[in-house]
Design a protein around this ligand. Structure first.
Ligand code: NDP
Length: 321
């Protein structure tokens, strides 16, 4: 039987409906909407699309949203000053630096300039450390949270399950390994030096691909009945590759022939359809959930801040009393 397709778009829509209510309740209570800022440096076309989507989604939910645009040749000091302004801005609860940044800038330095309390990407050492130590009160990277939301929604049994993640980045693979571990999965993290990747992947009850190599994961990597989560987002223009990876998806193949570009995942979709129990598609799988979790992280950051401010007021009044 063909694997079920896990509709990330529909799940994202239903989570966003709940978030819209929570945003409105927050605004009623605190007199302001939660706010998000994205720092965008340069004119990378893919980044421009991602940032537009984030901004649109935030506004739709009733959040305050702003994009801080800087030119491609912006000096390090200019970028750090822009980050510092958003960090100080009382209208901004959550912020991030859109990657990739131009080569003369150090992405890690810029990410660490975002204060932990506003770091909705979960990349600040204080947030990454909290996740590692299992401490509450931090912000956790959006894509791993999106993957967990799908697994939870599907009722996938994680306790004792073999979970294999291909990709060990700070933004996807590593934080996801910790979230799965916290749910008592037995986690294996694979990377470019892993020997016999297919054999390791074939052990997986839950297989997550977050690599950035179109169609890396094929039939030989998938255990029959596995849950396959495809995080990869790859834009392809090679007709031979498109014919191979979009085989059987006639409408998408036609669109590729028309536009000469297609978005595909790290998993060969036809292989997952044949062997897995369920699979997230690309597009329409983890992507919409990542944006949704960014919105939720902004709301979480706003609530933490509100809590801190209330505690400060409480402390001040108890001192004066
Ligand atoms: P990175 O480039 O930071 O990391 C890629 C990882 O894949 C590395 O750990 C690398 O290993 C590993 N890798 C590369 N080639 C192989 C191989 N042949 N076999 C096994 N492992 C390999 O990528 P990201 O984590 O940032 O992103 C991964 C993918 O997910 C990309 O396609 C990206 O576009 C997509 N993405 C999608 C999101 C969404 O919302 N849907 C959000 C974030 C990312 P090593 O460490 O040894 O170099």
């Amino acid at each position: 039987m063909a694997a079920r397709i896990l509709d990330g778009k529909a799940l994202a829509r239903s989570i966003q409906q709940r978030l819209a209510e929570e945003v409105s309740a927050f605004a009623d209570q605190s007199g302001r909407a939660p706010g998000m800022a994205v720092v965008l440096i340069g004119d990378d076309p893919a980044s421009a699309v991602y940032v537009r989507n984030k901004e649109k989604a935030a506004r739709k939910l009733g959040m305050h949203s702003e994009v801080v645009r800087l030119p491609d040749n912006a000096a390090r000091e200019q970028v750090l000053a822009a980050i510092a302004r958003s960090a100080e801005d009382p209208l901004v609860d959550g912020m991030l630096v859109q990657l990739p940044v131009p080569p003369h800038l150090d992405p890690v330095e810029l990410q660490h300039a975002v204060p932990a309390s506003k770091d909705v990407d979960g990349l600040h050492p204080a947030n990454a450390g909290r996740l590692l130590l299992g401490q509450p009160g931090g912000l956790i990277a959006c894509t791993p949270r999106g993957v967990m939301a799908v697994l939870e929604h599907e009722g996938v049994e994680l306790e004792g399950a073999q979970a294999v993640i291909v990709g060990r980045s700070n933004i996807v693979g590593k934080p996801l390994s910790l979230l799965l571990l916290a749910r008592h999965a037995t986690v294996t993290l694979c990377h470019s030096r892993t020997r016999d990747l297919a054999a390791v992947c074939r052990r997986a009850d839950v297989l997550v691909a977050a690599v950035g190599v179109p169609g890396l994961i094929g039939l030989e990597h998938i255990k029959p009945g596995a849950v396959v989560i495809d995080v990869g987002t790859n834009s392809i223009t090679d007709p031979a590759l498109a014919e191979r990876l979009l085989a059987g998806q006639l409408r998408r193949l036609e669109r590729f022939r028309d536009k000469a570009v297609a978005l595909v995942g790290d998993v060969q979709f036809a292989a997952a359809r044949e062997r897995a129990a369920c699979v997230t598609p690309v597009p329409g799988g983890i992507g919409p959930l990542t944006v949704t979790m960014l919105l939720e992280n902004t709301l979480i950051a706003a609530r933490y801040r509100q809590g801190r401010e209330q505690r400060r007021v409480g402390d001040a009044s108890s001192m004066s009393g």
